[in-house]
Design a protein around this ligand. Sequence first.
Ligand code: AMP
Ligand code: MG
Length: 414
Amino acid sequence: MADGCACDRHVHMYLTVAEALRRGLSVAHPVTGIETLPLQQAIGRVLAEDCSSKVDMPAFDNSAMDGYAIRTGDLGDGPLFDLPIGGRVAAGDSGAHDAPAGSALRIFTGAPVPPEFDAVMMQEDCEASATHIRFARRPRPGQHIRRAGEDLKAGAPILCRGCEIGPREAAALASSGHGQVRVCRKLKVTIFSTGSELRQPDEELSPGQIYNSNRYMLLALLDKPWVDLTDRGPVADDPDLLEQVLREACDTSDLIITTGGVSVGDEDHMPRLFSEIGGETDVMKVAMKPGKPVMFGRRGDALYIGLPGNPVSAYVTWRIIGSPMMARRAGLRRPRLVSERGVLAEPLQRLPGRQEYRPVRIDGSNSDGRPRLRLLAASYSGRVALLAQADGLAVIPAETGYLPEDHPLEFLRF
Ligand code: AMP
Ligand code: MG
C-alpha cells in the first residue's frame, strides 16, 4: 500500500481510493466566473465571496417579550409596584411615544424600546387593567431588552465563500442586508451513457438490450441549481459517433461525465478516444469494489470523468470520487465524505484486496446505540435496484478479510 498503490491478486497496480481522490481533487479547478444575482435567484447557488453583516443585529434596542417597558428609576420601594400605562409601541413602529415620566409603555416583541426605558416586564408577570399595571417583583435593569448589535456587529463575518445557499444561508444573508449576492457561475456539465445495448425505460426491449439506468441516475445526481446540464442521452458503441460527441462535450463543458466503455474490452472506446482528441488521462484504475474501471482526465479546461457502465459501480464511484471532484469544480468548499460508525449485524467474510463499498440496511441498534448494519448481497454489482433498498454503503477497508458480528464498521448514509 506504499506510495498510494494497492495490489490485487492479479499483477496490475491500482491506485488506492484515497490517492485517486487526492489526484481527482487536485485537477478539479474551481470555475472562476462570478454572477451577481438578487438573493431570491441565488438560492441553491454557490456563494462566491465571504460575506459579512451590513447591519448591526439586532439593528436597534427591542423588546424580547410582549409586556410593558418601564423606567426602573420610576419604581418606589415596593413591595408592590403600580404604574399608569402611558403609551403603546408595536413591532414596526418607530419608537416615538408620548408616555409621560412615571408611566409604563405597552410594548410587543420586536418593538423598539425607547432609550429612556431600561426594562421590560413580561405581561405574564403583571396584573393589568385598562389604565394601570401592577407587579410584585422588581425588574433587573436591561431585563428582556435585546440590545442593538448584541448578536452580531456590522462588519462581522457571516458566511464563507464556497457554501451552497440553502435555507439557513439565505436567511443569514437576508437578515444582514444582502439583497444582491455574488455567486459562482453555473457549472456546464454534459452527460452521456455509452452502450449499444441501452434502451429507454418506456421502450420495448429486443434480445440483448437493457434499460438505461445510468442516464436517469446521473440526471437525478446532477439536478442542482448550480449545474447547467446538457444531456446527450445514450450513445452507441460506435467510435466515430462517440468521438464526435466527446469532442463536442469537451469543447463546450466544464465537466463531462460518461458511463460505460472505460474497461479493456474491444467495445470500451473511451480511454483511447479521449487520448485521441488530445485528452490527458490522470487516473485509470482504482482499487475499489465496486468501481474499477473508472477514469478521469483533462482536455484544456474540461474535466472528464468516465464512470463504469455497471450502474452500482457507477453510483459508488460517483459518490466516492466523482461527486467531490464536481463539488470542487463548481466552487464548493465541502468537508470530505462524512462517515458514521455502525456495527455488523452478522459476520463478514470476503477476499481482501480492494476497498469495498457494500450496500447495507440499518437493522435497529446495538446496546451502545450504534446502528446495526445488515450487509446486502455480496455479488451485487449489476443489481442497482438493491441500492434503492439500502440505507447506506459500508466501507470495508482493503486489507479486511473477516470481521465478527458486532464488529465496528464505518458507513456512509445515503
Ligand atoms: P461497460 O462498462 O460498458 O462494459 O458496461 C458494464 C456493464 O454495465 C454491462 O453489462 C453493460 O450492459 C452495463 N451498462 C452499461 N451502461 C449501462 C447503463 N447506462 N444502464 C444500465 N446498465 C449499463
Ligand atoms: Mg459498454
